[in-house]
Design a protein around this ligand. Structure first.
Ligand code: ZN
Length: 216
């Protein structure tokens, strides 16, 4: 099967759906025509018709796409057996951290819910144990949590999702620290100038400060 190429105006706001020729400009909006295959040309005509009947349609399409991306970013909770606390656990990724819901008859340690902030997680990893299943190990300031018998796909997806969350909060914290440390050279020179004017420091001392911040 061979493709047929047509030259079209691809601008949604322009109502022209006619095909043109190579190198031509749209007779309605004046923009250059684009080379598209006949399948794409049909799609463009449909989109233009939708846009004509509802000018908000394009914006709504964009929002829908954004929403679907956001949904894909949600990490599914992890269910398994925590060897360390001898309990069945559900690990739920929340906005600020991981929530652990524990249930068990021979449980060690605290029962019920536990919350660990992403910023406090020391490490998280997935390791295959045996042929098909593996363990998710989470190191927290409160100790190690090991969730057994997790399939690789689920385990790796969970671990990489949480690692991204951890990196996100840590880079945010770094950003905050650097902005906190940032000093304005001009502010420092102005401060020194005031000290000089008030006779607190000498001309020589002022120049030292000035040179330091000018080369800053
Ligand atoms: Zn046009």
């Amino acid at each position: 099967m061979f493709e047929t190429w047509v030259w079209k105006c691809i601008h949604m706001k322009c109502e022209n759906t006619e095909n043109g020729k190579e190198g031509q400009y749209c007779p309605e909006c004046g923009k250059i025509l684009h080379k598209v295959d006949s399948k794409e040309a049909k799609k463009i005509n449909i989109k233009k018709a939708k846009y004509k009947s509802d000018p908000n349609w394009l914006r709504k399409e964009g929002l829908k796409r954004q929403k679907s991306v956001r949904v894909a970013n949600i990490i599914a909770p992890l269910t398994g057996y925590d060897k360390e606390s001898r309990s069945n656990v559900v690990v739920i990724p929340e906005k600020e951290g991981l929530k652990f819901n524990r249930k068990g008859i021979f449980m060690r340690g605290s029962r019920g819910e536990q919350f660990v902030r992403y910023a406090d997680i020391i490490s998280i990893g997935y390791g295959k144990k045996g042929l098909v299943l593996g363990n998710v190990t989470i190191m927290t300031p409160g100790g190690k949590i090991k969730i057994k018998n997790v399939p690789p796909k689920e385990g790796n997806r969970f671990v990489s999702g949480i690692q991204q969350k951890i990196m996100g909060v840590k880079s945010k914290a770094n950003e905050y620290n650097t902005t906190q440390k940032q000093i304005s050279p001009m502010d420092e020179i102005n401060k020194a100038k005031k000290l000089l004017d008030n006779g607190i420091i000498t001309e020589e001392e002022f120049n030292k400060i000035k040179n330091k911040y000018i080369n800053y």
